[in-house]
Design a protein around this ligand. Structure first.
Ligand SMILES: Nc1ncnc2c1ncn2[C@@H]1O[C@H](COP(=O)(O)OP(=O)(O)OP(=O)(O)O)[C@@H](O)[C@H]1O
Length: 319
């Protein structure tokens, strides 16, 4: 049995982890990652940024070229056999037998796990199906499942045993908006009992909606990591003035030393004013100059703003 992790020890920790593929491609470059216990940790990056390669190293499926990775306090890939039974993983879509029912897929999957107790198999499979909302469809053949149902069945497979860590590689990839919502809700539920969840995604808003912490990758390199609220707060928000008089509004803002980013038909977007500026005074100055103000305020920075600020480029989901 693995030594239990103390509350302060990270669930995943890598140090200068790198992977160069045989063809010479440096897919992961000096990655030092810390995933705290109990986090819903979003591993964010455009396609090709090295997320899957990192997950494969974390799960002991491939050897790093250099650096070290610890999962649940144990070195990987050396401790793969003791660590993996404590980890539920959904990587690159679940491998399902289409001709078997959802329930039979799980029974078969559990039977292939030497650490699983056959006496509790039926009950555990039933509980996992319940957990992911597939109890009613459990008798249907898997090939008749929608993509979202298949993903949920894959999650059920990851939940057949109590897990300390769930690793989900792009769990909403290919799903329609309804399917995405279902999986996101499920991830939040799974995390609510304290299970640490590590999920990769190329969708910024997904990470903002679901995750407590995030790491941002681009071209194999980590650009930032930390609590999602802090990452977004690191970027500046924007000042938005909604008005039928954008030209006058832009002039007044400039007179107050504020950089105007965009002046549209009914709206001016600008950098936020310096902290010493009272927003009420600024609004009053606009009105005194004859600007008809319909809306006025500083909008909180999003994770996307943070990404753009850190990389100097847009978040290109197409990679
Ligand atoms: N087996 C392999 N051999 C050679 N190069 C590879 C291999 N697997 C991935 N790569 C390359 O390594 C880089 C990182 O790929 P990786 O799949 O880890 O990124 P990703 O962020 O998970 O992207 P995606 O979401 O598209 O899978 C890419 O340039 C990819 O082409």
């Amino acid at each position: 049995m693995a030594t239990p992790v103390s509350g302060t020890q990270p669930v995943i920790e890598t140090h200068e982890l790198s992977k160069r593929y045989r063809g010479g491609q440096l897919a992961v470059d000096g990655l030092s990652l810390t995933v705290p216990e109990g986090a819903v940790f979003g591993f964010l990056g455009p396609n090709g940024s090295g997320k899957t390669t990192t997950i494969r190293m974390l799960m002991g499926l491939i050897e790093p070229t250099s650096g070290a990775a610890h999962v649940l306090g144990r070195p990987m890939p050396k401790a793969t056999r003791t660590v993996l039974p404590q980890v539920g993983a959904l990587i690159e879509g679940p491998a399902l037998y289409g001709f078997l029912s959802g329930r039979d897929n799980l029974l078969r999957y559990d039977a292939a796990d030497p650490t699983a107790d056959p006496r509790t198999r039926r009950a555990r499979v039933g509980a996992a199906l319940d957990r992911v909302g597939l109890a009613a469809a459990a008798g249907k053949k898997a090939k008749a499942y929608s993509l979202g149902m298949k993903q949920r069945l894959g999650l059920a497979a990851a939940l057949l045993q109590p897990r300390r860590l769930l690793v989900l590689d792009e769990p909403t990839n290919g799903l329609d908006p309804q399917g995405m919502r279902e999986i996101r809700t499920l991830v939040r539920e799974l995390a609510s009992d304290g299970t640490t969840v590590f999920l990769s995604s190329h969708l910024l808003d997904e990470i903002e909606q679901v995750c407590t912490h995030a790491a941002v990758m681009t071209r194999g390199r980590l650009i930032t990591q930390g609590p999602v609220a802090e990452l977004a707060a690191g970027a500046r928000g924007t000042l938005r003035v909604t008005t039928p008089d954008p030209a006058d509004a832009a002039r007044v803002l400039k007179e107050h030393g504020i950089t105007v980013l965009e002046s549209a038909e009914d709206r001016v977007t600008a950098d936020p004013p310096p902290p010493e500026t009272d927003l009420a005074d600024l609004n009053a100055a606009l009105v005194a100059a004859g600007v008809r103000v319909r809306g006025f305020g500083v909008e909180r920075a999003s994770l996307e703003d943070a990404f753009v600020a850190l990389t100097g480029e847009g978040f290109d989901v197409a990679g």
